[in-house]
Design a binder for this molecule. Sequence first.
Ligand code: 6PG
Length: 246
Amino acid sequence: HERRIITVADPAAMAKAAAERMIASISENDGRVAVCLTGGSSPKALYQLLATPEYRPRIPWDRVDWFIGDERLVPRKDALHNMSMARQAFLDRCAPAANVHPIATDTADLRDPDVSAALYENELMAFYGAERLDPARPLFDLVLMGVGPDGHTASLFPGYPAVEETRRWVVGVPKANVEPFVPRVSLTLPTLASCREMLFEIAGESKRAILTRLFAGENLPANRARSRNETIWLVDQAALPEDFRG
Ligand code: 6PG
């Protein structure tokens, strides 16, 4: 499962490249499409682009389902809530409400991420129609990902037991390794790997140090997150370590 690195000029070019990949990935499936979104600041420009007159008509909104790879255990209205960010950026305007699948943070006990994780695991299994992931039938068409300064991805932080989880589809993460220090809920590596394409967005100078370590092959969650099929890292010039600049 090799990964492909695609370099782009800047965050605006990255958003366009990601939108084009998303549209291509959606068009490969003429049935129900499942996209797993990500949180953090990096994907926001992509999300906003999808709602523009240029991109919006290119997505068959009725047959795309939107999931989220990890969530911060804060109320839905909190600015830190990942799915709410995606909703505001595009989903509320573009997607049928029934096609948006948030991780519950309001109905569950806010201090117990395991409750939210179990609910979401059930929802994913119901959507997939089985309790075991079949390598020949990916759960998601596309999984979006980001990389944190410590090499985490989704809410899978280095050295945490959640990274090693192979049985559960979704786990509670009681304490985050980086800001915001709120409990998280995260899809596990095998769940995220069950996709036709995994697409990372990595932009900005603040990512250069961790990219240097990841390119050196360090055993960090972001290096272990691989699609069973295709894994692509979109990297902008500012994030690219010196040695890799063309
Ligand atoms: C989260 C994200 C997380 C994110 C990285 C990068 O909930 O924080 O899902 O995995 O993708 O931390 O975040 P930035 O895009 O903000 O750099």
